[in-house]
Design a protein around this ligand. Structure first.
Ligand code: 4AD
Ligand code: MG
Length: 506
């Protein structure tokens, strides 16, 4: 038995494949069946003259998602996905599916697809996304392994909050209150004091009572923690790490990314040095007080609004002209069809522009009115990264907007040595991290200020009592990275079974 992924080594030979009928059409004695076997998709041609009438009729009737095994000859065909076609000599149905598989090639609403996630995962696009996710995970482990980091696991059930108490999932642990972990970091710090360089890679939980395209309730986080690292070394590692993972995946997942129709122009820019700036400088840029490459954010956004307007006018004019042609009665049937399709396409483009026409003025508004000292919202991150079109690292944040464990900058009082990595194209924060506070008295004060129970953090304070050293780390949200690399509109497609507000099934 062979797998579709290996077909190139079987050119001109006969193979046996096992898989599922993903799609099928027939014409004049031929059935074109797209077989999927988990490793890929391939067109299999069933010819009545080869397999005989009975088999041919059975193939013609075979419902979508029936499982089968088949034998056939592998032929090179550049036009096919994967570059090969299988000319079937014999096939056998393993299990005939019921009629009416819920997910057909026609368009479906997102809610319907999410309700059928267990079946939707089989579609070509979802298959490709999961392959990219898999490659990203592998690239992450390879990177840290090559750098001598030890992979260690943090507990999922915990007795202390790491990232504030507002989005904790509470549960019960033998009659005691407990939480699902928001982050493995505090345990990561303890493990780094034992092993030097470690990383955790596990599920984390945040009760986000809203639906956004960037938030999940359950997501996977990669959290390296490094003894003797300061903020500068931390940022260097973030940059090297993200560059390594992204370039690796760009190299290895070319065919998957082309199935997803990802334009990788912006992604290629991870090869350039990342932009780094302090929070205060980022704010000056966002508010339009400072120019980048000769223009302010306000000018950029106003230009974008004007450009959208003119693009829309051009499209509307073309729609009008084509409509007039259709109605003129001078076109042949084929030409009418062509123009009708074209008009539908153009109308979709207009819709997309109209969506942007709503977003851009909102960004402009929030950029103008941004209050110095506040945390960034999604639109602020979008506006800032738009100015550069490549990843931006923002560091030295006001202490009030960051977690209790962040180290205060001695030279820059009131600012925490934290860093966020913001991805371009509207993806925003993918990494958050920084240098950790080592002063036990300041830590105790912050625990009180953040209204956290001191007793639950005593073990954490022990790390400052014995073997206290400067150390840093960061957390990368796996699903945010998958969304960015694949260019997805929404984070829900980045994980096999997403958990988010209002979604616990399937
Ligand atoms: O910025 P965050 O909250 O940082 C921490 O948890 C630190 N303890 C990490 C560390 O220093 N070890 O979260 C880190 C990353 C974010 O940058 C984002 O990519 C992702 O986790 N993330 C989410 N991803 C999906 N859904 C959510 N609700 C997320 N919340 C955070
Ligand atoms: Mg963060």
């Amino acid at each position: 038995m062979a797998y579709i992924k290996e077909l190139s080594s079987f050119e001109g030979k006969e193979v046996e494949l096992k898989g599922w009928n993903a799609q099928k059409r027939d014409s004049k004695g031929l059935v074109f069946l797209t077989l999927r076997d988990g490793t890929g998709f391939v067109q299999c041609v069933i010819n009545v003259e080869v397999v005989g009438n009975d088999s041919f009729e059975a193939a013609k009737r075979l419902p979508q998602e029936s499982s089968l095994s088949l034998k056939g000859n592998v032929v090179k065909d550049e036009r096919q996905i994967g570059g090969y076609e299988v000319q079937v000599t014999a096939f056998e149905v393993i299990s005939e599916a019921e009629e009416n598989f819920p997910i057909s090639p026609k368009e479906h609403g997102v809610d319907f697809l999410m309700d059928n996630r267990h079946l939707w995962l089989r579609s070509k696009r979802q298959w490709a996304i999961m392959r990219v996710r898999n490659e990203i995970i592998f690239a992450i482990h390879s990177f840290f392994h090559s750098k001598g980091f030890v992979h260690m696991d943090a507990p999922i059930l915990t007795g202390n909050a790491c990232e504030g108490t507002s989005d904790l999932f509470e549960t019960e642990f033998y009659e005691e209150p407990a939480y699902l972990s928001q982050s493995g970091q505090l345990y990561g710090e303890a493990m780094a004091m034992a092993q030097g360089l470690i990383y955790t890679f596990g599920p984390t939980f945040r009760a986000e009572k809203s639906k956004t395209r960037r938030h999940l309730s359950e997501f996977w986080m990669i959290e390296p923690e490094m003894a003797f690292y300061d903020l500068k070394m931390d940022m260097d590692l973030i940059e090297e790490f993200v560059r390594s993972v992204v370039t690796n995946v760009l190299d290895k997942c070319k065919s998957e990314l082309s199935i997803i129709e990802r334009d990788t122009t912006f992604l290629e820019k991870v090869r350039l040095p990342f932009i780094r700036m302090k929070y205060e400088d980022a704010v000056s840029i966002i508010k339009g007080e400072v120019e980048v490459n000769g223009r302010t954010t306000i000018q950029m956004l106003e230009e974008e609004i004007a450009q959208l307007k003119s693009e829309k006018e051009t499209l509307l004019k073309e729609i009008e002209e084509r409509d007039a042609k259709i109605k003129s009665g001078e076109l042949k049937k084929g030409e009418i069809n062509f123009n009708t399709n074209k008009v539908a396409q153009l109308k979709n483009q207009v819709k997309e522009i109209e969506e942007k026409e709503e977003n851009v003025p909102a960004w402009l508004d929030s950029a103008r009115n941004f209050r110095r000292g506040n945390d960034f919202g999604g639109s602020d991150e979008t506006v800032l990264t738009k100015m550069f079109g490549q990843p931006v690292m923002v560091y030295n944040w006001p202490q009030e907007v960051k977690a209790f464990y962040m180290k205060e900058d001695e030279q820059d009082k009131g600012y925490a040595k934290g860093v966020d990595l913001l991805a371009p194209e509207g993806y925003g924060e993918v990494v958050g991290g920084g240098e950790r506070e080592t002063d036990i008295l300041r830590l105790k004060r912050k625990i009180i200020e953040h209204d956290l129970p001191m007793q639950a953090f005593e073990w954490y304070l022990d790390l400052r009592r014995w073997g206290n050293v400067p150390h840093s780390g960061f957390g990368l949200g796996l699903e945010r990275l998958v969304a960015w690399i694949c260019g997805l509109q929404h984070i829900r497609e980045t994980i096999p079974f997403p958990r988010s507000y209002g979604r616990l099934l399937p």
